[in-house]
Design a protein. Structure first.
Length: 332
């Protein structure tokens, strides 16, 4: 057991920490290195800098609560941007600059709204076709998993109309100002956000997209009482591709020779594979351990902020890092 991990800290919140802790304790291919973690903590303190906020304000709509629906759609599409071998990375041009991944996605939503496609209307979402969505994502290369992104948009439209009287605000009201309740409502309502897996018979929760959705809404629309979440500190780190890659490069995550070889060859790990789940679970707890270690040094940063700072740190690392793990999935 990593000495910086405290099981009692997993008793609150979403269940992400509770359900991932047994994976960390029994992992066969991924480990957390305490010494490297302590070194990273000191580097983060010395180079505190400024971190670009997740979910910086999106100037998409004059109506804040309609914009909240657009942010819901954005996050339903926020997954899996890496291309197959030999294919171009998908990107778009915006105001003379090239953007990839999440930022490119955000500008696509902005562009679609400006062109008259009302992605805040559940009726519009329910009728979206793959052909129409291809024009939304037009750019260099092709965005992966277009069919799945189409289905996710249609799912949102269908479920908002069926269960929430066609208005995302009703779901926000049901959360009663709680980020934890909001994420639980989201994963219960929308299967495309229900990011769970089974690790040797045990359910493991990650909820990456749902938690980013909560963070985006909170940081973009915190002046709205419905989105001024009082318990956002209980959200966990977002279990993605990039943060584990950075933590492994810094020696905080240690991989078995078998896993190292698979990653170096850019072999895909199936969704729910024990290797994939060990990477994500150990990443979540490495960030949590860092959060606690930083708090001991007077840095009261949330897990969200620690994860964002690790992401920013990745910009300073050499480009010849071991490839991140690849899993074709709608969840991250």
């Amino acid at each position: 057991m990593n000495k910086l991990l405290k099981p009692e800290d997993a008793e609150q919140g979403l269940g992400v920490l509770q359900s991932t802790l047994p994976v960390v304790e029994s992992a066969r291919h991924v480990w957390i290195d305490n010494r490297a973690l302590a070194d990273l903590r000191e580097d983060m303190i010395r180079n505190e800098g400024v971190v670009e906020e997740l979910g910086s304000r999106f100037p998409w709509c004059n109506d804040d609560l309609k914009m909240a629906t657009a942010i819901l759609v954005l996050n339903a599409w926020n997954f899996c941007f890496w291309p197959d071998r030999g294919r171009d990375v998908w990107s778009i041009e915006h105001q003379g600059k090239e953007y990839k991944g999440y930022k490119a996605l955000a500008f696509c939503v902005e562009r679609a709204l400006a062109e008259g496609l009302d992605l805040t209307d559940p009726k519009c979402l329910k009728k979206l076709t793959q052909k129409k969505l291809k024009t939304v994502f037009r750019g260099k290369g092709e965005i992966p998993m277009l069919a799945e992104r189409t289905e996710n948009a249609r799912e949102i439209g269908e479920i908002l109309m069926r269960d929430w009287e066609g208005d995302f605000v009703n779901l926000l009201k049901a959360a009663e100002g709680s980020a934890v309740s909001f994420v639980e409502l989201i994963v219960a309502a929308f299967p495309s956000f229900d990011d769970v897996g089974i690790y040797y018979g045990r359910e493991v929760k990650f909820y990456k997209k749902a938690q980013i959705l909560a963070a985006d809404l909170m940081r973009s629309l915190s002046h709205q009482p419905l989105l001024n979440f009082h318990d956002a500190h209980q959200l966990s780190a977002f279990a993605d591709y990039k943060v584990p890659q950075i933590l492994e490069a810094r020696g905080v995550l240690r991989y078995s020779p078998q896993l190292q070889a698979l990653l170096s060859e850019r072999e895909c790990l199936p969704k729910g594979d024990p290797l994939e789940m060990e990477i994500r679970a150990c990443m979540v707890w490495a960030v949590e351990a860092l959060r606690e270690a930083l708090a001991e040094r007077g840095k009261d940063w949330s897990a969200l902020e620690v994860g964002a700072r690790i992401w920013e740190l990745g910009r300073t690392l050499a480009q010849d890092l071991r490839p991140y793990h690849r899993t074709r999935t709608i969840f991250y």
